[in-house]
Design a binder for this molecule. Sequence first.
Ligand code: ZN
Length: 338
Amino acid sequence: MTAARSFGGVLRIVLASMFLFCASTVKAQVLVTVPCVLIEGETIAEVAVRFGVTPDDLAELNRDTNLSDASVGTEIAVGIGERVEHTVARGETMLRLARRYGVTATDLGRWNSITDARRLRAGARLVIYAWPHLPPSSSIGRPSAGSLEHAVRLRSSPSCVVHDRERAFVTREVATALDAGLRAVREAFPRTPRIEIRDASIEHGGPLAGHHSHQSGRDIDVAYYRHHCDELCAHGRVEPGDLDAERLYSLLVGWLRSGALDYVFIDYDLQGPLYRAAQAHGATYGELARWFQWPHGRDRQAGIIRHASGHRDHMHLRFACGSHDRECRPDRSGTELP
Ligand SMILES: [Zn+2]
């Protein structure tokens, strides 16, 4: 999300919507402030990163709240969004809804007091604060022959360090999904080191030097969580015994379950510990078979998690086409090189 469009943009939207309201030829939108609740261990700077705004923007929107004194549970305004009521259809999950509206599953839960995502029932009415004024970003074409529109830039945050900001562009849905995954790791493991994010795409996509893919805003190279990496887990060769498979699994599991990923390219030798972590955390036999190439050998064309050479020092996430990506071409065969 670009911070630049946040405030001038917000004012213009309020004015524009007042005009629409007066003209009353268009169904009026209810514009409300998107509330965010400060969670345990989270700072105001982190909230700003989470919503793609600056700390100054937050101060401006929350003039009546002393943000430096805000405690856990404090409601903070983070922007102007549209309040949408959504009736849950059969088969819809929190993660799927979060992706559809470009929010996180955690926020959906907070806005609707849902503590157990499995309790979502068809027919339930949810309130969602979406961001209708931002143009949807879209991934066009294939990972190895594509482009990107209205991209958002990944930013360094308390969860990650972005290596090269010119090669850090993705679609908004991918950015939201990445953020949700990184936060899930920190919620499960409070003292998690930051992880290094290497190349995604350039701003408008297209060929990226040094890669075959990374052209359409859905590919991201990410370092592995390792034991003993102190403040930052950076790119670097990882031995199977060094891999922090528990954290890696907690990063991937939400995406695997929600169908957010087409592929994750991980060196075959590192897949074993990850497989065992998945097993230990209750992945079903069917899930393991669907997700993993392991233990069938590095040449077996199966699984979302697959071997590709050159992935001993980082993994390569390839997200699926998103709900806005009408011209996106998925890679169903896994034949597009990372
Ligand atoms: Zn890559």
